[in-house]
Ligand binder design. Sequence first.
Ligand SMILES: [Fe+2]
Ligand SMILES: [Fe+2]
Length: 350
Amino acid sequence: MATLLDEHKQRRLKRITQSIIGLPTLPTVITQLMTLIDSPKTSGRQVAQLISTDQALTAKILKLANSSFYGFPREISTVQHAVVILGFETVKSLGLSVSVLQRFSGPSDNTYFDRQGFWEHSIACGVSARLLAGKLRYRLPGEAFAAGILHDVGKLILNQYFPTEFAQVIERMRAEDLYIGKAEELVLGLTHSDVGSWLAEKWNLPGQLVDAIGYHHAPGRLTRNAELPALIHLADFLCRREGIGDGGGTRMPTLDPAALQVFGIREEPKAALRRIFTYGEELRREMEKADAFTRLARGETDEDSPPPAEASSEAGEDPEPDAGPEVAPLLTHALPEPRPARGRASRLHP
Ligand SMILES: [Fe+2]
Ligand SMILES: [Fe+2]
């Protein structure tokens, strides 16, 4: 994990976060899951056993695993089965996403922050990251999905613990037509990415996720392991362009060209972005399938939701563990093997 902040920001972050009392925690089972996953010796069986100790989480995971988002033709009836079918990585990411979604579900307490819109944007970014993972040959679509869901989590913390300042951020963003990160810098001296990565560290999330949250607006600041932050950076653009949910105002963030270089895309940034935007239709189709996640974020109970689609038993072999949506990697003709980003990226629109 890289050191994200300069000294000045570190001090500011410390001052701000020290005043946070009663930080939301993740359920113990998820914390244990993160530790378990960190060990290379962990088996799928151990993961399944741990998740099974939490009945509510198990039920949620099974419901989502059986939703059309994953599109498996046969019913997945146990967590063990889910680990085999969806893969270790996807079940872990799903558990984490479900826990955070539930922890912060339902409407916001204040009027200036649209939490429903926030979650719609975040889920869209997760769906978009999973979609782009297929296009750009990022090998962990489940991880990409969780990173997308969590990328803006810092905004939830700012909204919950600094409502007055965050209201000023939103007000300034709207009044001056600023990108939200710029308004946060002006009002708070740091951004939701800084606060989000701090929280992710507190939660002991894997380093890849901490970096994806901390660098999703500037992946070029990483000198290595920039793939996931770069993927989230591009996914964020795609879902903001499609106008799904509330990504924070109408002003788009600045494109970091390093995000393209990470995936070996050598096209001129605007042209590359235009090409990424052509996946908008597919994103919308995938979003429809991700409805079960949106309902979870709205705080709807199981009784509110329609029964899952009938699982057909006539299909043949189970497909590969979650390989993301079935799409041809359209960008690949422009893509040599991924290589790490180097140095600090130049800005497209300074
Ligand atoms: Fe963001
Ligand atoms: Fe975002």
